[in-house]
Write a protein of this length. Structure first.
Lengths: 214, 118
């Protein structure tokens, strides 16, 4: 499975309803798009952007075929400065997934991550493992996935996508933030004062979902 | 065992000094890092050295321990530290005096259950 995930920030005065309808049509009308979700971000805790758009394809070739066909209209919309001010985007083969149960509604949260290109392969592998491991230790993470981004753009040179699903917002804003695996363990990769620091930039956002599109 | 949310969280800076430079490194840490860290909500708890003499030809190891009360205070201090470039400036300037360093976050073992019950 190949995924393209985007966080869109709309231009001031843009007609959000029309834009969402137009973007959705480019996915709905394409046989290349196996599944998709387009949802407004939540205002809590400085979630980035206004909308999260997730597209699922059979493989990277399918994503490229969509981009060269039905997706051309989406590309034009996202590059129209009167409608969209900024886009963070990542394309990736689905990475390691963990799941405790399947949710049909809840909170979807993503984190675009840019790792230092000088980071060793050993450190990158350890970072990926520990990121995956968060789902095993933190009870509120219900489904989770860490993937390597093969094609990214936006405010960072995105290398990884860290996605999680929660039953509710407390699971993210309280349990996830307060659990020691987060602040006392994996944090060292993100903290510039720690010797292990390799995370250069992040962009986090989250939204509600009401169908199983993980 | 502490009241939930009030557990003491410790930072440990473990510094291996360049041979003969541990005392100089500690002085620099005390003058340049400590005042900023205290302003950001951290309390200095211990400054330990091994062995307890200033080696001239080999490396001393320094263990500087800080505390904050509660995970929320830990996040507050972390956000303040990350927003203040002077902390990174300190480590860059101190680097010639350091062989290696590691920062660890710790708690009393009696608080592990409480800290994980979130």
């Amino acid at each position: 499975m190949y995924k393209v995930t985007r966080v869109l920030t709309l231009s001031e005065g843009a007609d959000a309803a029309a834009l969402i309808q137009d973007l959705a049509a480019t996915a709905r009308n394409s046989r290349r798009v196996l599944d998709w979700a387009l949802a407004p971000t939540l205002p809590e805790a400085n979630a980035a952007g206004d909308y999260i758009w997730r597209l699922h394809f059979a493989n990277e070739a399918g994503a490229r075929a969509w981009a060269a066909g039905d997706g051309l209209e989406a590309h034009a919309i996202m590059n129209d400065p009167t409608r969209v001010r900024h886009v963070n985007s990542g394309g990736y083969v689905s990475g390691r997934v963990g799941s405790k149960q399947t949710l049909t509604r809840g909170i979807y949260r993503l984190l675009f991550i840019s790792l230092d290109e000088a980071a060793s392969a050993t450190d990158v592998a350890q970072f990926e493992y520990e990121t995956y491991e968060m789902g095993l230790y933190i009870p509120s993470i219900v489904q989770w996935r860490i993937s390597r981004i093969s094609e990214g753009s936006g405010t960072g040179s995105w290398t990884h996508m860290w996605e999680q699903e929660y039953e509710n917002l407390d699971g993210l804003l309280k349990t996830y933030m307060l659990h020691p695996h987060h602040w006392a363990w994996i944090n060292r990769w993100y903290d510039p004062e720690c010797a292990e620091h390799i995370v250069q930039t992040v962009c986090q956002s989250f939204c509600r979902f009401d169908s199983n599109t993980f | 065992m502490s009241e939930p949310g009030k557990e003491m969280i410790y930072y440990l800076d473990h510094l291996i000094a360049q041979p003969g430079r541990a005392e100089e490194l500690l002085r620099f840490y005390m003058s340049e890092y400590v005042p900023q860290a205290k302003l950001r909500g951290l309390a200095l708890v211990h400054r330990w050295v091994t062995p307890p003499l200033w080696l001239r030809e080999q490396s001393n190891e320094l263990f500087v321990i800080w505390s904050v009360q509660g995970v929320q205070a830990w996040w507050d201090a972390t956000r303040h530290r990350r927003a203040d470039p002077s902390f990174l400036g300190f480590w860059k300037e101190a680097q010639p005096m350091i062989v290696s360093r590691r920062r660890l976050f710790l708690s009393d073992v009696d608080d592990v259950d409480s800290l994980n019950n979130v």
